[in-house]
Ligand binder design. Sequence first.
Ligand code: ATP
Length: 245
Amino acid sequence: MALLQVENLTARYGPVEVLHGINLNVNEGEIVSLLGANGAGKTTLLHSICGLHTAKEGRIHFNQHDITRMPAEAVVPKGMAHAPERRQIFSTMTVEDNLWLGASHRMGKESKKDLNIEIESIYERFPILAERKWQMGGTLSGGQQQMLAIGRALLSKPKLLLLDEPSLGLAPLIVKEILTIVQEIRAEWGTTILLVEQNARAALSVSDRAYVLSTGTVMLEGHAQEIANDPRVQSAYLGHSHTAI
Ligand code: ATP
């Protein structure tokens, strides 16, 4: 069943249209990756979905709600969380306070005790964050900051987690660790995941399906293995053959 349905979505910056009629579905329990070169429109699509950018035309349905043009603060309580590109954690706040921000819309509605239990479950999932809970966010390594960004997003209890380029700037071994965590989150919490990546090989290795964006349109979609075997993808993103997208 589709948890997220994007229909014929267009988006602009001023007069310039950068998404031209995108159709995309994410089914409950899937890991779907959104691939494409620099400037293809991946972040704009993610921002349009989570309410940080207003779509010009088209419709976005999520978890039985029409969320088209709904602002981010209204989308989060419906069960969607976003871990943004370059993590955007608060570098002069402690790890613990960064985590509490993820639960902010639940404060006052749920008991502090219950929220504390969930923060503890994030520390269990990411023991390095527990060790560093009183350190400033800015003192963490890139991989640890990515764990913090994911942990913070999980604290809003999302059904759908949007991850924007979690591998950006990380060493290959750490990328592997982060993508393993992505799979474990789905396995342990049943969270559905839409993963934006330029690192196509790594993303396809953990995804069920993928969409490839090229200059604001979906130029390919399918099962991860089919996409990985497509000669155009191999040429443009996986370093094989010579056919260009
Ligand atoms: P990257 O991997 O580099 O983040 P992307 O696939 O996420 O690329 P977007 O960031 O969505 O692509 O950009 C899509 C297009 O929109 C690009 O041509 C980009 O230059 C343009 N764009 C992005 N943000 C803005 C903005 N704030 N104002 C104007 N144009 C923008």
